[in-house]
Ligand binder design. Structure first.
Ligand code: HEM
Length: 538
């Protein structure tokens, strides 16, 4: 392109706004000045020294010096794709969300990820996988920021920094990079026994998926749908892959990680490039919105519990198909910013204490990761609905805000009184009554059962799958240095299944402990002995 082909905004004609394709007849500086040479720095004579005056050299190296941004504090390693969600219309009685109406097609962007490993870690490790979907709806962006396992490690967001610090590499040696074979991880999950339910899911085959395309996804928390009549229903979101659910076995994963650490990233990109588009159905388990927020004895606000599909079948709402790879990994996959608080009318949160903490965490971390508060203006994060906000200025502001009065109502910028049509199409928080109670730092009693669902899950597996679980615990615990931690985790396994416990104990050369009479609960846990001292579990 010559200069005459460049639009007034600096974007080459035919390219998306703001894009800088490396194409054209000549190279320019970042200011658009034409360059004669990018391969030789400006020197005093052929043998130098190099001159400080060389602006092109300084611009090129300075930009390079600042190329990296912080990786995500969790879920640093991922792969993404664009696609479309087509609604069946079956959800309209439950939710007034426009994108769930019959036949509506909504663009989506999905990012799959591991949780613990750094940005450059291997794909086929034993870990939970993130499954985050951004729906660019006409009513604003809705993010469903889920995982491939239906339950979570902890019940209260205040423990999230702790569980992540325990799972990340040890601070002294920075190992292991991306697996759960270490002391702090097993120390945490054996002391904070609510983590046992999640842990057994990824000690099983789902911890090493065959492909991102072959994973289920779960919203984990209970959400609330609100229909046109204002009726609220509690739901859990599910993604069901048309490709089926498949896993690698451990030995395959070791070979894959050695030979192709990008295995999952490559698999997703290759499938889409060849036109073999992966798809998932989105569905919900539906529960009546009762005062106690329980269903069949399961506390719907406890994110370490799932509801068996035999008790509440998944009702399908639509289909998502991934049909385009990102053009630029950094711009799209690295800079995408999901948030569980990105909601649309008809979908709301519940009081799940883990979800409540997430509502704070994501925006906060993204301000640091993406360099200030304006990352919502990046192309991948821009809503497809019109934006008319009163935010101003800040690092990396690129919007030309016009008008003088960023407050409502105002009498200077003309029209748009704040409340005009507020309940026509606006998000209205569901007016759930809040119980009158004393402020406490405590869980409901219904959060105290830490084992029965781990038992239910383990006993639902086939003999081969159970053997994989035994091998996984034996391998991972075998990597712990501290005997006391191995023994404490064996005590937790005894509460899940005596056979599982005794087989892992045999593999570790230890004797199997007896199960506790009462399941561990925060109310009943005795002090546990710990390396270098004792402290209570709760
Ligand atoms: C990413 C916090 C629980 C799914 C993240 C990030 C943070 C975070 C800080 C990095 C975000 C970024 O830099 O853009 C938390 C906290 C949690 C929590 C505080 C609990 C208190 C969960 C749960 C799920 C989940 C329960 C699944 C249901 C994800 C996913 C990502 C993520 C999928 C990656 C998003 C992406 O691909 O960019 N989380 N998280 N997190 N989290 Fe959570």
């Amino acid at each position: 392109h010559g200069p005459e082909l460049v639009s007034p905004t600096g974007t080459p004609t035919g390219e998306p706004e703001g894009s800088r394709a490396q194409a054209g007849d000549y190279l320019t500086t970042a200011q658009g000045g034409r360059l004669a040479d990018t391969n030789h720095s400006l020197k005093a004579g052929r043998r130098g020294p190099t001159l400080l005056q060389d602006h092109h050299l300084r611009e090129k190296i300075t930009h390079f010096d600042h190329e990296r941004i912080p990786e995500r504090v969790v879920h640093a390693r991922g792969a993404g794709a664009h696609g479309v969600f087509e609604s069946y219309g079956t959800g309209t009685g439950l939710s007034k969300a426009g994108f769930l109406a019959a036949g509506v097609e909504t663009p989506v962007f999905v990012r799959f990820s591991t949780v613990v490993g750094s940005r450059g870690s291997a794909d086929a490790v034993r870990d939970t996988r993130g499954f985050a979907v951004k729906f660019y709806t006409d009513e604003g962006t809705f993010d469903l920021v889920g995982n491939n396992i239906p339950v979570f490690f902890i019940q209260d967001a205040i423990k999230f920094p702790d569980v992540v610090h325990a799972a990340k590499p040890h601070p002294d040696r920075e190992i292991p990079q991306a697996q759960s074979a270490h002391d702090t991880f097993w120390d945490f999950v054996s002391l904070h026994t609510e983590a046992q339910a999640h842990t057994i899911w990824f000690m099983a085959d789902r911890g090493i998926p065959r492909s991102f395309r072959m994973m289920e996804g779960f919203g984990v928390h209970t959400f609330r749908l609100i229909n046109e009549e204002g009726k609220s229903t509690l739901v859990k979101f599910h993604w069901k892959p048309a490709q089926g659910v498949h896993s690698l076995v451990w030995e395959e994963a070791q070979i894959v990680n050695g030979m192709d650490p990008d295995f999952h990233r490559r698999d997703l990109a290759d499938a889409i490039e060849s036109g073999n588009y992966p798809s998932w159905e989105l569905g919900v388990q539906v529960f009546p919105d009762t005062d106690d927020e329980m269903f069949e004895g399961i506390d719907l606000l406890d994110p370490t519990k799932f509801v068996p599909e035999e008790l509440a079948p998944v009702q399908m709402l639509g289909r998502m198909t991934l049909n385009a790879n990102p053009k630029n990994y950094f711009a799209e996959v690295e800079q995408v910013a999901f948030h569980p608080g990105h909601l649309v009318p008809g979908i709301d949160v519940t009081n799940d204490p883990l979800l409540q903490g997430r509502l704070f965490s994501y925006l906060d971390t993204q301000i640091s990761r993406l360099g200030g508060p304006n990352f919502g203006q990046l192309p991948i994060n821009r809503p497809h609905a019109p934006v008319n906000d009163m935010l101003r200025d800040g690092m990396h502001q690129s919007a030309d805000y016009i008008g003088v009065a960023p407050y409502k109502p105002n009498s200077l910028d003309g029209g748009c009184p704040f409340h005009a049509g507020a309940d026509a199409g606006a998000f209205i928080d569901f007016p759930q009554p809040v119980e009158s109670a004393a402020k406490v730092r405590a869980n409901p009693a219904s959060f105290s059962d830490h084992y029965s669902q781990a038992t239910l899950f383990y006993r639902s597996l086939s003999a081969t799958e159970q053997a994989h679980v035994v091998e996984a615990y034996t391998f991972e615990l075998g990597k712990c240095y501290e005997q006391v931690i191995r023994e404490r985790q064996l005590a937790a396994l005894a509460n899940i299944d005596a056979g599982l416990c005794s087989e892992v104990a045999t593999g570790l050369g230890l004797s199997a402990p007896e199960p506790e009479q009462e399941p561990t609960s925060e109310a009943t846990s005795p002090a546990v002995s710990q390396i270098g001292g004792t402290w209570p579990v709760a």
